[in-house]
Write a protein that binds this ligand. Structure first.
Ligand SMILES: Nc1ncnc2c1ncn2[C@@H]1O[C@H](COP(=O)(O)OP(=O)(O)OP(=O)(O)O)[C@@H](O)[C@H]1O
Ligand SMILES: [Mg+2]
Length: 250
């Protein structure tokens, strides 16, 4: 991997029929960095991170993840990369019919180097402890609050010990205090597990708390890139407006 760059995207383009979603985007993510991606609804944020795990294939461009060119890979090789990239989906659903414990065990049991049952139990306990929710082990998702569900969904992703985390709107729909707790947790997870992260969010405080660098997507490209300080004080009022209520979703 060159210069500890864990994701390198160059001139990515993606259309769906006539809908040109990504005209031309280039960016990189460094090891242990937290990159926030902002942009209006429909600007292609989710499409962009889905392409990092092969869920969407760009029409052209170069895409290296953990040093591998993933646009040139067969499904088995992409799976190896995918297991090292955790993805907290927008809306990050848990399986309602399973307890928290079974939700947590689910991805591990499908892993090719499946750990033993006692190792699985230890991993579940340790990861739940880390998100502060060990006591919910025997509960069902319906018995948990929205913030708790997000934390469990995060723990279920972290149990695979990913090198990269992709967070798609981790705080949307949560109150301010719970959102701040999730942001703190994102920071704690980097300390705990040495994770590099891309955080898609409309939540300005989440960007302020978690990001080292921010990119703003719009019109199929990257409109601006810089630190939270730089962009939120930008000379350009359109860029500044992403950090005010105008562009906040919901
Ligand atoms: N699988 C797909 N097939 C066709 N069009 C798609 C597909 N996925 C996304 N799109 C289109 O791509 C555009 C960008 O979608 P995307 O989900 O990336 O937006 P977003 O920036 O994540 O928005 P939001 O903030 O609302 O989540 C939209 O116009 C959407 O309709
Ligand atoms: Mg989205």
């Amino acid at each position: 991997m060159k210069d500890n760059i864990v994701v390198e995207a160059e001139n990515i383009k993606k259309s769906f029929g006539d809908n040109v979603v990504i005209k031309d985007i280039s960016f990189n993510l460094k090891e242990l960095e937290h990159l926030a991606v902002m942009g209006r609804s429909g600007s292609g944020k989710s499409v962009l991170i889905k392409s990092l795990v092969g869920l969407i294939v760009p029409d052209s461009g170069k895409l290296n993840v953990l040093g591998e060119n993933i646009l040139d890979m067969d499904d088995d090789d992409i799976d190896v990369i995918r297991r090292q990239v955790g993805y907290l989906f927008q809306g990050g659903a848990l399986y309602d019919s399973m307890t928290v414990e079974r939700n947590m065990k689910f991805p591990l049991r499908r892993h090719p180097d499946k750990p033993s049952e006692s190792e699985i139990k230890d991993l579940v306990d340790e990861t739940l402890e880390n998100v502060g929710l060990l006591e919910t082990k025997k509960k069902y998702p319906s018995e948990l609050s929205g913030g708790m569900k997000k934390r469990i969904a995060l723990a279920r992703t972290l149990i695979m010990r990913p090198k990269i985390m992709l967070y798609d709107e981790p705080t949307t729909g949560l109150d301010m205090i719970t959102s701040a707790e999730i942001s703190e947790l994102i920071l704690k997870m980097r300390e705990e597990y040495d994770i590099s992260s891309i955080i898609i969010t409309h939540d300005v405080s989440c960007v302020e708390l978690t990001s080292d660098r921010v990119i703003i997507l719009g019109e199929g490209t990257s409109l601006a890139e810089g630190t939270f300080e730089e962009l939120s004080n930008s000379e350009d009022k359109d860029i500044r407006s992403y950090f005010t209520m105008i562009h906040k979703k919901k």
